[in-house]
Design a protein around this ligand. Sequence first.
Ligand code: DC
Length: 239
Amino acid sequence: MSEPRIDPGAGTAVPPGFVIAIDGPVGAGKSTVARRLAEALGCVHIDSGSMYRALGWKALRLGVGLHDHRALARLAAGTDVRIVAGRSGSRVLVDGEDVTNALRTPAVDEASSVVSMCPAVRERMVALQRSMARAGGVVMDGRDIGTVVFPNAQVKFFLDADLTVRAERRLKDLQRAGGAAEPGTIREEVARRDARDRAREVAPLCAAPDAVRIDSTSLDAEAVVRVMLRQVAKTLASG
Ligand code: DC
C-alpha cells in the first residue's frame, strides 16, 4: 500500500544547503519519518546508520575483527559507501555493489554498533556524510548528526520512545524482512545496542542542546512528520 503524500504547506520549500538532523535510539522511527519528511520537502534523505551497517557487513564478510581498530581503519579507508536513489527507494552501495538487502539482519545490527565505536570508522563516515549533503536540502538521520556531523544544521530533532515500543517496532522490521526472532531477545539486543551507542567515547548518542525533542511512543509516523513540518516552517519563517 502506498503511503499518503504529506503536503508540507505553503512556504515550506527549503533552500539549498538546508540541513535537517534527526537523531535518536534504535526503533524511535527515525528513518521512516526522515524519508517521509524528505519526500514532503523535496530533500535528499540519508540514513547514516545504513553506512555503518555497510561497513559492519563488509567487516563480517572479510572476517575483519570487529574490535580490531587498526584493521577497521584500513577497511574504512579503502571502502566506498554510497547511498543512491533507486526505483524502490534508496540503495546502499559498497564499492559499487548493492548490499541494501543484506543490511537488516541481527548480525549486521550488532556489527554496525560495534564498528561504529572505532574513531577512524567514524571519521571516514562523517566525511562521506558531509560530502553527500553538499548538493541540496538534506534530511539525515542517525546518532550524531546534530552534534557532530552537522552541528550547524538549521533544524535538529531528537526522536525517542519507550523501550517496549521501540523493541516491538524492531521486531516488526525484522519480520517484514523475512527474519524470525524472539521478542525478549530483541528487547535485550535493542537495550544493549542503545547502551553501547550512548556510552562510546567518540560521538556518543545524545541530544544536541538545541534539538527539538519528540516522543513517538504514542505517535504514528504521520503525526511525527506533521510536528516536524511545523517546526521546519517555523524556522523558515524566522529567517
Ligand atoms: O540507525 P541504525 O540502527 O541503522 O544504526 C546502526 C548502528 O550504526 C547503530 O547501532 C550505531 C551506528 N550509528 C552511529 O554510530 N552513528 C550514526 N550516525 C548512525 C548509526
